[in-house]
Ligand binder design. Structure first.
Ligand code: UDP
Ligand code: MG
Length: 141
């Protein structure tokens, strides 16, 4: 079954909407198979956002992403990667429609409430960076 990696980012953690975001995924019928609340290490962020490391916003992005702990999760289900990207909405929260997670809880292009893996390649990379095999629970709803 397909898997995706989600981070509930510091802006959403500060807003106190971790539970509301998780509820959306549960109500869509997806299965939570791993979760932890942690402050992201600097070297993990370098690998996670390697595609942005030369961008001018990268230092600010790193300080935002380490400003509080984040909620890191793996969710499983049919077409979960594409479906979660739709539920999140576009990167810039100001352009995200109401009803999407970023449209409802995000502030701008940086503080956009949530990360969800872009494709299968990214999902595999992010699972390896974030979780050890024994932290992933196999179960069926
Ligand atoms: N980001 C940013 N400024 C930008 C573009 C992206 O701070 O101009 C941040 C934002 O938090 C975004 C993350 O970098 O979610 C990863 O960017 P990506 O383009 O991969 O967007 P996503 O896949 O998260 O929609
Ligand atoms: Mg991305």
């Amino acid at each position: 079954m397909e898997r995706t990696v989600v981070l509930i980012k510091p802006d959403a953690v500060k807003k106190g909407v971790i539970g509301k975001i998780i509820t959306r995924f549960e109500e869509e019928g997806f299965t939570l198979i791993a979760a932890k609340f942690l402050r992201l290490p600097d070297d993990l962020l370098d690998d996670w956002y390697a595609h942005h490391k030369d961008k001018s916003f990268f230092p600010e992005l790193k300080s935002f992403m380490t400003s509080t702990p984040v909620m890191a999760m793996i969710w499983e289900g049919k077409n979960v990667i594409e479906r979660f990207r739709v539920l999140c909405g576009p990167t810039d929260s100001r352009k995200a429609p109401k009803g999407t997670i970023r449209g409802d809880y995000g502030r701008d292009v940086q503080a956009n409430a949530i990360h969800a893996s872009e494709d299968e390649h990214a999902a595999n990379k992010e699972m390896d960076l974030m979780f050890l095999p024994h932290e992933i629970q196999e179960w069926k709803r």
